[in-house]
Every structure is written in structure tokens, then in C-alpha cells.
Ligand binder design. Structure first.
Ligand code: ZN
Length: 80
């Protein structure tokens, strides 16, 4: 089911969120995410995880309770 562009976009999602990609990849992946609802949903989920783990100093201390909350968020987003 996953297309090659999807695999690439998902593979680089965190770099995309962190703005660590070269401009051309940033543009290409950004365009794909806008055109591809499943990938866009994945982006939203990962942005959420990013902001949750950022509160905790880069995810070094993500306790299991927090991880559960993140997984719940993912499940809800998937079902929505
Ligand atoms: Zn996609």
C-alpha cells in the first residue's frame, strides 16, 4: 500500500518537523504531505509526539505513562 514517496516522507518526518532537511527535500516532502492525507495524519501525530517529548528535554525521560498517552493519541487519531 505504501508508495515510494510515502516511505520517503515518513522516513524523513522527524527531520522535516525539525527543519533539518535541505530545501529541495523540505519542499518535496511538504508537497507530498499536503497531497497525501495518510502521510499528513502521520505528520500531525509526530508533531504531537515531538511537542510532548520536548517538554521532557528531548524525550530522554519519557515515562511509560507519557508513552501510553502518546499511544492513545495515536490510536484516537487513527480512528478519527
Ligand atoms: Zn504519502
Amino acid at each position: 500500500m505504501a508508495k515510494k514517496q510515502c516511505v520517503e516522507a515518513l522516513d524523513k518526518l522527524f527531520e522535516y518537523i525539525d527543519n533539518e532537511l535541505p530545501d529541495d527535500e523540505l519542499v518535496r516532502i511538504g508537497e507530498h504531505l499536503r497531497d497525501c492525507p495518510p502521510c499528513e495524519a502521520e505528520l500531525r501525530i509526530n508533531e504531537k509526539i515531538r511537542s510532548l517529548t520536548a517538554e521532557c528535554g528531548g524525550g530522554e525521560c519519557a515515562p511509560s505513562a507519557l508513552r501510553e498517552r502518546i499511544l492513545d493519541t495515536i490510536r484516537q487519531a487513527r480512528e478519527a
